[in-house]
Structures are given as C-alpha cells and as structure tokens.
Design a protein around this ligand. Structure first.
Ligand SMILES: CC(C)(COP(=O)(O)OP(=O)(O)OC[C@H]1O[C@@H](n2cnc3c(N)ncnc32)[C@H](O)[C@@H]1OP(=O)(O)O)[C@@H](O)C(=O)NCCC(=O)NCCS
Length: 182
C-alpha cells in the first residue's frame, strides 16, 4: 500500500470541497459500465448532483462518506481523493443495528494497492461506533467487486437475476447480495 494516505469519514465542513473529485470517481465507473444505479447519458453534473443530495444526511450524521486521501493537495489546496465508500445508517425503527454500504470506489490508477481494504476497515469502525452490527451491500454478479467483498469477509446471501440495466443500456444484469455481522 502506498504511504501518506489517510482514511477517515469526510467532515461535513469539508464535504463540498471534495464533491468534484467524488463526481469524477463515480462518472468514471459509470463510463466503464460498472453498475452504480445510473445509466448513460451520465454527466459530471449528474454525478455532482448525486453527491450533493447526500449533504443534508451527512450533516445530520445519518450517512458517512469515508474517503481515502493523499496527503498532497491539488492546485486549489484540496487533498487528492483516491477512493470512497458510503455508509448509510438505516433509519427505520426496526433497523437501528443495520448499516448499508454503497459506492465503494477506488480510482482506477490506485486499485490493487490495499486502498479498498483500508476504506472498508474504516467504514466498519464507523459502523461499530454507531452501534451498527449488521452490514448489507450488493454488487454486480460476476464482477471483481464480488471477489473483493468475499475477501473482506462478507457472506453471499443470494442473487437477484436481471434486476438492473447496465449503464450502457445494452443488457440486464444480476445483483449479488452480501451481509457481514460485526
Ligand atoms: C472493488 C474495488 C473497490 C477494490 O478496491 P482495491 O483498492 O483495488 O482493493 P484492495 O487492493 O484493497 O484489495 C483487497 C482484496 O480484494 C482483492 N480484489 C480487489 N479487486 C479485485 C478484483 N477486481 N478481482 C479479484 N480480486 C480483487 C485483492 O486481490 C485483495 O485480496 P487479498 O487481500 O487476498 O490480497 C475497486 O476495484 C473498484 O473501485 N472497482 C470499481 C468500482 C466497483 O466495482 N465498486 C463496487 C461497486 S458495489
């Protein structure tokens, strides 16, 4: 793993400044035809809108965006974001112990260096601190992410066949659901 990387939940006060970088990470996945809830056409503005829509919940502590950042900064003095993952604290009265994980993304040029793992480790620490002891997530069946989540100790619970449209709109794809008890 590269040195000089910090991984932590983004502070609400810093969130807006990293939205352009989060938007680029998300758009790059959709452009690579990775299932992320979106389909083409998908612009950088669409991606920014998605991240901005989470801001209120982040301020309220209902959602966290865990980010891996390089210690160096860009020309605007904003630390360079290498990857991210969302932890959503379920809000229904019967699911106060559950967290939902999503948008686990490591920038293409930084993959396979252990950054995904340290993001998941940090996300799980945040979950425990918030008394969330059951984590659920889903990913595209047959993707590399499926293997990644298995490596991270998540248990496959099943597949929903053909439930999503691929970003390029060319085919239906299946979703594999995972669970981990902390
Ligand atoms: C999936 C993803 C987050 C993994 O991040 P990463 O930083 O490359 O993962 P790490 O380097 O921490 O790898 C951790 C382990 O998972 C394995 N792994 C990671 N990506 C893998 C892949 N594509 N295929 C097989 N194994 C993989 C690694 O080999 C490593 O295993 P090890 O502990 O036995 O050595 C990254 O590939 C990514 O951003 N993909 C595109 C977005 C995506 O698909 N996200 C999931 C959507 S739900």
């Amino acid at each position: 793993m590269a040195s000089h990387i910090t991984v932590a939940p983004c502070a609400p006060s810093a969130y807006r400044s990293i939205i352009p970088q989060l938007a680029m990470l998300l758009k790059s996945c959709v452009d690579d035809n990775i299932t992320m809830n979106f389909v083409q056409p998908f612009s950088i503005e669409d991606a920014s809108k998605f991240w901005l829509s989470m801001e209120e919940n982040i301020i309220k502590g209902k959602q966290f965006v865990i980010i891996a950042q390089e210690d160096s900064t860009d020309s605007d003095g904003v630390p360079i974001v290498l990857g991210c993952v969302i932890l959503n604290l379920s809000q229904t009265p019967n699911a106060g112990h559950r967290g939902e994980v999503g948008k686990m993304i490591v920038g293409k040029e930084h993959r396979k260096r252990g950054i995904g793992k340290i993001l998941m480790d940090c996300m799980e620490e945040v979950s425990r601190k918030n008394n969330r002891t059951v984590l659920v997530l889903d990913t595209q069946t047959g993707s590399g992410a499926e293997i990644f989540y298995e490596r991270m100790g998540y248990n496959k619970v099943g597949v929903l066949p053909d439930v999503t449209l691929s970003p390029d709109r060319k085919q239906y794809t299946s979703c594999t659901f995972f669970i981990k008890k902390l």
